[in-house]
Design a protein around this ligand. Sequence first.
Ligand SMILES: *Cc1c(COP(=O)(O)O)cnc(C)c1O
Length: 406
Amino acid sequence: MTAPARAHGSQELIRAEEPVLAHNYHPLPVVVARAEGAWVEDVEGRRYLDMLAGYSALNFGHRHPALVDAAHRQLDRLTLTSRAFHHDRLAGFAERLAALTGTDMVLPMNTGAEAVESGIKVARKWAYDVKGVPADRATIVVAADNFHGRTTTIVGFSTDETARAGFGPFTPGFRVVPYNDLAALEEAVDETTAAVLIEPIQGEAGVLIPDDGYLAGVRELTRRAGCLFVADEIQSGLGRTGHTLAVEHESVVPDVVLLGKALGGGIVPVSAVVGSREVLGVLRPGEHGSTFGGNPLAAAVGTEVVELLETGEFQRRAAELGTVLREGLAALVGRGVVGFRARGLWAGVDVDPALGSGRGISERLMREGVLVKDTHGSTIRLAPPLTVTGEELRGALGTLEKVLTS
Ligand SMILES: *Cc1c(COP(=O)(O)O)cnc(C)c1O
């Protein structure tokens, strides 16, 4: 598959980044130049199956024709107004997103971290205005090993020292309890609690899936305690797990859901806080905002994303192909895989540490034409676009088998 080196080959481009680009990432040594569907191509013309899909930002694959089309049409008409004025794409987007997620109201933002920050602000405001928590006393209970983004407030309640160290002082008002532990949650919630903020499945932590009953338990507990259940579905939502939202696995309806990543169709950053009128209704003009939040281009792409999800086709694909993924991984247990967790088209795979680090395995998979990302230690994460075919998925599992057993 090696094509002749070009003037700007991979190695040259990687070296060119070194002196000018902040070193806050350690990418695999692949330089992508184009992509379509589940496949990306590097500057030398080598093709790779994308089994990461931009951490679920590419749930519909690269350059899905309906999404690219929606973006092109909007680019030719109107791209930005700011929220100083109304524009003709926002009402439709909000209406359809609310309907898709079974909620009343939408607060449009751009990045995931911004949606989380917005969710925190709304929960606090609700605690003071509706619940009657004394000023500046509101607490939010979060889970250990969480990943909610990278702002100073958010890393302040992270338990990952790499994410936290050197960035204090941090915002007070957060309590951390173990994930998947209802007793600990019960203990931490009191009359100051505005919200419990958790991921229905902890993606960055290694696709940690809580026991059945945990999410329903969080719902029951928060209702009883009179605080909000805020679900961060930025990575787990929008089809990935075989449902529109991962909380549907337990038929749970949170008060507030945070969306991002796939909401932008892999084209533009689009995020949103969706929730009940009682909660999102607490915001008054000027109290919160974002220049680009809900801009016409974002709304056009986001509307198309919602339209793709309205048919249920992608959720069904994720559920069906999820069976292929689980069966393929189960066959590798004891043959290089020590354990895995999977739901829908999403898996965390613990590789035998004797075979190498997650990074080492990822590099070997890359050389075999499959792109994945490691998480902690010897865990790799698989999250292909929901457009991947069964054949492509089996091919990737075959490559994983080859890398682990050769
Ligand atoms: C990616 C992610 C975020 C942050 O999103 P950004 O767009 O990177 O700011 C927050 N929560 C979860 C669960 C995520 O996976």
